[in-house]
Every structure is written in structure tokens, then in C-alpha cells.
Ligand binder design. Structure first.
Ligand SMILES: Nc1ncnc2c1ncn2[C@@H]1O[C@H](COP(=O)(O)OP(=O)(O)OP(=O)(O)O)[C@@H](O)[C@H]1O
Length: 370
């Protein structure tokens, strides 16, 4: 997909999007509601004709300008949230629905193979209403895979399922796609789901691609404040950068060149993931300090609220501490930071507006844009 722009009426909702999906890989389009994920998927499917740009599949141009191959000739499988199986057809007939043009013996063999893939072969003769939600989802996956598509498109396929089933079905879907080497593009607004499923995540905002990369890159090297915020709660502090060093309320931190390497100090934003904090019970010398005002045990870690003396009200920060030392509420601790969870951005980068705290010097941790 190259330089695709598309919209509804005169309003563009997908802007200059280019994507490359290597064979057998799973790509997730991730972003907040309305950012253009589904429209991008529909363009790939041939359900929307892009205003501009080109789409190629396996070396063949399937859309360019007014010329476009219809969806049924693109050899694409679909799995959407409302995967509606046909209630009056058996499981086997549902799965065979998209391959009725093939010879009978071949069709039977494909249906059998597709049901085997998802572990539903023994349910071939029953009707969908006798199956659980998870089983129905497996049948829908088998139906999508039966025609041996060269590409699978999945749009929030697990969002109708409750949390436990969702985890199970997404793991099964991932295994089936992987085992069969099926290339797939999946739309989700859930960063955790994208990180679980994707070889490559494409993060979108307002119709544009913000960042593309493997899950670790997006989490550990966010390209902008929006990308940093999208993957979870993050603390935000004002900073001033000069000569590659950021002055923050938590002391000086190294800053990348683009955050400010000129002589004149530049306003910047320091973003700190909660898990980047290290608490020192015996602060040393001029080490930055904070007071502990709340400790909540959340299973895998403690959520610790810290207040640093910064302005009249102090600044609240949230730390996630896996091995919580025995520290009483109200104690003062030294603050250390693991560099991998600290990002410094120029204050004028995208997302600047959200940098401002609701009240001067108050809560500066921000929840993901879900
Ligand atoms: N058929 C349509 N006609 C007019 N506007 C549309 C149509 N489909 C989508 N839009 C608008 O285009 C924008 C992008 O929608 P799209 O469904 O692609 O986003 P999305 O990222 O998939 O969001 P969601 O997760 O909420 O589905 C939204 O503002 C949406 O309201």
C-alpha cells in the first residue's frame, strides 16, 4: 500500500499511508477510535476505493486510481468482530461457504483441513447455536481460512469476547495464522493486544502513521509523546534542555540531540514510565528525593504515589515497583531512574497540549488514550 489517501465526503480520514507487509507476517494497525484503522483495512480489502495511491499484493497491482480489483478477486480472508455464522448452515457448510465453486471432493478436504486447524473437526455436523462463543469464533476463523487466502484481515476480532475468552481465542488465532504462514493485518485499539499479536505495529493518529516498528521498539523507543502515552500510564514532567542535558524536577537526565543541543535552553518534556523508578531507602548526597503518599498492592507490582517538592503543591508521580522495600507511608526516598523508561521530547512536538497539567504543579501522570 503506497501513499494512500482516502476519506468520506470531502474529509480525509486516511492520509498518505504507506505499508509493506512481508509474507507470513502479522501487522497490527493500532490507534485511538476514529484514527482511520478500519478505513485502511477496508481499502486493503477493496471495500473502499482510495482517492489516491496504489495497492499491490504479491507483485500484482490491485488498486491504482480508478482501476481496482473487486474484493472477491483479491483472495483475502476476513474476520470481523460481528463474525456472524449462518444459523441455518452446519459448521461444515459455513466453512465451505466461500469455496462452493471448487470440486466437491476438494471442498470437503479443504473444510476438513480448516476445521482441523482450529480444533473443531468433531463439530462439523452441528449448527452454530449449539456452540459456545469461543467455538463459534474458531469456526469463523476456519471459514476465513478455508479458501486459502493470501492475506487475512481482522478488525477487532476479539472485542466481543469477555476478557478470559479473549486471551484464549487470540492466542489460538495467533497460533493458527503462524502455523499456516498466513500474512495478516489486524485492527485493534488495545496496545497490549497489538504487542501480543504483531510482528509489526503501525501506530496511527488522525489518519496518519505516527510510528511503525516491532512491539519492543514502539514501547522502548517511542517516536513522540503520543506514542509514549499510547502504551500505558506515563509520568510527564517539564524540562529544560541545553547541550544534550535535560534539567528536570528529578535532576539532570541525558537528552537526545533533537530535544535540544543548541546553546539556548529549550523547553522539553520528560516522560517516565512507572516501571523506570528505583526507590532508594537511604538517599545519597544531592540525589533527587520524593515523599511516599500512597502504596497500593496490585499483584505483580506495587503502585507507589510519590510527591516531589516542586512548586507550591508538589508534583505527583506514579511508580510501579516489583520488589517493594519495606518503606512506611510518608517516608522520604531517593529516586533513581532506569534510562530505558525515560524519554525526553522537545516541548513543541505533537501532543504538546496534553503535556500541560490540569492544575499547576499537580498530577502529571497521564493515562493511555484508549
Ligand atoms: N462510511 C463512513 N461515512 C462517513 N464517515 C465515516 C465512515 N466510516 C468512517 N467514517 C469516519 O472516518 C473516521 C475514521 O473512521 P475509522 O472507522 O476508519 O476509524 P477507526 O480508527 O477504525 O475507529 P474505530 O476503532 O472507532 O472503528 C472517523 O471519524 C469516522 O467517523
Amino acid at each position: 500500500m503506497r501513499a494512500i489517501t482516502h476519506g468520506y465526503g470531502s474529509r480525509p480520514v486516511v492520509r498518505d499511508v504507506s505499508l509493506v507487509l512481508p509474507p507470513g507476517q502479522l501487522m497490527c494497525l493500532l490507534g485511538p477510535s476514529g484514527c482511520g484503522k478500519t478505513t485502511t483495512l477496508r481499502i486493503a480489502a477493496g471495500l473502499e476505493h482510495p482517492w489516491t495511491g496504489e495497492i499491490r499484493m504479491g507483485g500484482e497491482t490491485v488498486a491504482m486510481g480508478a482501476e481496482a480489483l473487486p474484493p472477491e478477486r483479491r483472495h483475502i480472508g476476513f474476520l470481523f468482530q460481528d463474525f456472524a455464522l449462518f444459523p441455518h448452515l452446519t459448521v461444515a457448510d459455513n466453512v465451505g461457504f466461500g469455496i462452493t465453486h471448487r470440486r466437491r471432493a476438494e471442498r470437503r478436504q479443504r473444510v476438513r483441513a480448516a476445521l482441523d486447524m482450529v480444533g473443531m473437526a468433531e463439530h462439523a455436523k452441528v449448527y452454530p447455536h449449539t456452540l459456545s462463543g469461543g467455538q463459534q469464533q474458531r469456526v469463523a476463523l476456519a471459514r476465513a481460512l478455508a479458501p486459502e487466502p493470501r492475506l487475512m484481515l481482522l478488525d477487532e476480532p476479539f472485542s466481543g469476547l469477555d476478557a478470559r475468552l479473549r486471551h484464549q481465542i487470540r492466542a489460538e488465532t495467533f497460533d493458527v495464522l503462524r502455523a499456516n504462514g498466513v500474512a495478516a493485518v489486524m485492527v485493534t485499539h488495545d496496545p497490549e493486544e497489538a504487542m501480543y499479536m504483531a510482528d509489526r505495529i503501525v501506530l496511527m493518529d488522525q489518519g496518519r502513521i505516527v510510528q511503525t516498528g516491532d512491539p519492543a521498539t514502539l514501547y522502548h523507543q517511542p517516536a513522540c509523546p503520543f506514542a509514549a502515552r499510547f502504551f500505558g500510564e506515563i509520568n510527564e514532567l517539564p524540562a529544560r534542555v541545553r547541550h544534550g542535558v535535560a534539567e528536570t524536577p528529578l535532576g539532570t537526565l541525558p537528552a537526545p540531540p533533537r530535544a535540544g543541543h543548541r546553546d539556548a535552553p529549550r523547553n522539553a518534556l520528560a516522560m517516565i514510565r512507572p516501571e523506570a523508578f528505583v526507590l532508594e531507602t537511604a538517599p545519597q548526597g544531592d540525589q533527587p528525593r520524593a515523599r511516599i503518599t500512597a502504596i497500593r498492592h496490585l499483584g505483580r507490582f506495587h503502585d507507589v504515589t510519590l510527591v516531589i517538592a516542586d512548586g507550591a503543591t508538589g508534583t505527583h508521580l506514579h511508580a510501579h515497583i516489583a520488589d517493594m522495600p519495606p518503606i512506611p507511608l510518608g517516608a522520604e526516598v531517593g529516586i533513581g531512574l532506569k534510562p530505558a523508561g525515560v524519554f525526553i521530547f522537545p516541548a513543541d512536538e505533537r501532543g504538546k497540549a496534553a503535556v500541560l497539567s490540569p492544575e499547576p504543579g499537580s498530577v502529571s501522570s497521564v493515562h493511555p488514550a484508549l
